[in-house]
Ligand binder design. Sequence first.
Ligand SMILES: [Zn+2]
Length: 187
Amino acid sequence: MGAGRGRQNVIYLDIGDGIGAGLILGGQVLRGHNGTAGELGHTVILEDGPLCRCGNRGCLEAIAGGPAILERLEPIAGAMKLGDIVVRAMAGDGASIRALSDAGKHIGLATGNLCNLIDPERIVVGGDLARAGELLLGPIRLAMENSVIVDVASAPDVVQGQLGVSAAAIGAAVHAIDQVNVQSAAV
Ligand SMILES: [Zn+2]
């Protein structure tokens, strides 16, 4: 219903406190055996990196997730919320722009690996930090394009989500309607 509309192979990235991905393959949501498909935030990108809340080390989320970014900025900018980083970055604050850029670079690397696995046509970026627009999307795009095996012209485009804070609620509602339709069809 948003920026992935009409496309069959899409990655949706939710970037905020956590980092998660929604995978649409062949027009269907990929849930996986345990319903955990798309846990991109727990892709290990630094073998001996910081501890993650999942118990592993060096997960993408432990390096580029909201709490990690806030912790890195705190000595410079004091206690902030994620929305503050976006506001500051868009106002030209160098440290906030750099923090988003670093996070985007790591997210783009992990996303490039994911692209090599599932070959999507579009990456839609949502979540609290996506409001920073190209300050986040640009570094994601660059790192992704550097790590995909297809040439840049064939790499997926990286666009901002269109549904904002309503994205998850709309997805849940559509899922519920789909289930009712499936059950109705079975009767
Ligand atoms: Zn983890």
